[in-house]
Design a protein around this ligand. Sequence first.
Ligand code: URA
Length: 434
Amino acid sequence: MNFLDIIIKKRNKGKLSKDEIKFTIENYTNGNIPDYQMSAFLMAVYFNGMDREETFEFTHAMANSGKVLDLSEIPGIKIDKHSTGGIGDVTTLILAPLVASCGVPVAKMSGRGLGRTGGTIDKLESIPGFKTEVNIRDFINQVKEIGIAVVGQSGELAPADKKIYALRDVTGTVESIPLIASSIMSKKIALGSDGIVLEVTTGNGAFMEDLDSAKELAEIMVDIGKDAGKKMAAVLTSMEEPLGIAVGNSLEVREAIEALKGNIPEDVKELVLTLGSYMLYLAGKVDGPDKARPILEENLYNRKGLAKLREMIEYQGGDPSIIDYPEELPTASIVKAFEAKEDGFVEEVVARYVGDAAHRLGAGRETKEDKIDLSVGIMLEKKVGDKVRKGDVLAWIHANDEEKLKIAEEFLTKAYKVTQKEVEKPKLILGIIE
Ligand code: URA
């Protein structure tokens, strides 16, 4: 087989066979196909797409490019969760311990963030001592012993995706539904959970800006999972304004701790209960997702979820006293109010611009090598629908640098729109795909 023929076939809108896809993934992973040819191939896929069958084969070839874990020694039905991400996306830090506290084992590998703010792993690293690099044996043992582990993505799983994703990032080929779906699902399949609940975000702060594309992505990922024998559900959510109140790494850890103490913003609660309900349902704990909500709510308010987070922090070498004294997490040297300039109602808090403000303060990275400032970010006081008076604090800016603070103020000025008319609270959950 010749890779040039495969590139030309895709360029001419042809359908690739299983063998051609296997050949592509195997030979790119082992270095036989150079980056320049793979770049051309990815661009051909970007423009001409892949159909369902091709996407399934592409996913499986990437999943099988490294280790595929067998989690069967962990008792129970293991349910994973994945979000396509957004601004203030604190969900995993609350949801994983809450679901684990209900008796569903959560074995989760997460990524670092490129872009506006850090990923779950960056956020967890703001906890002093917390280890995110855990080998596979210890990862499995931890889930067996305490029912939860949230660790960094192992390089041993789906190495083809790691190499291809890095190339997509620098060749303008990230925003392709078959490539995103196969990238996410190859890692999920290699991890070996029995079921996966996906959150697919849409809006100005998400990968997928329009609902139709988000729906298409969710549907193909659910189909890939089912085809691989996994229990699947996807929740479509709006990412027009940031989720919750914190945008930044240690700020989001503080938000998660507060949430598990019962002080949870309404939108975060709605999301956590919806995703959690499907996790408990797929795990067979209840015979319908609605039946899971009261169980999750109970463990939110009786602090069993918080106790599980404490157990995980201790097990992974972190300092559990931050649960009682979250102010000991990294804090910024400057905290400045960003105020309303007129009376009215908040019409928009553009997620993308709030993310840009946090990014410019140092909360995100451009390249993998950049260092994140874990302490900086934005705390939102007012969200869409809230009534405000001139001079009210709309948000607090946590900064370590006066120049960066000014830039963050400019982004917040673009993010907040105040109107004279009353504004309804927006809908967060836009649909469920099973
Ligand atoms: N996240 C991934 O893991 N892969 C993509 O392609 C996009 C988001």
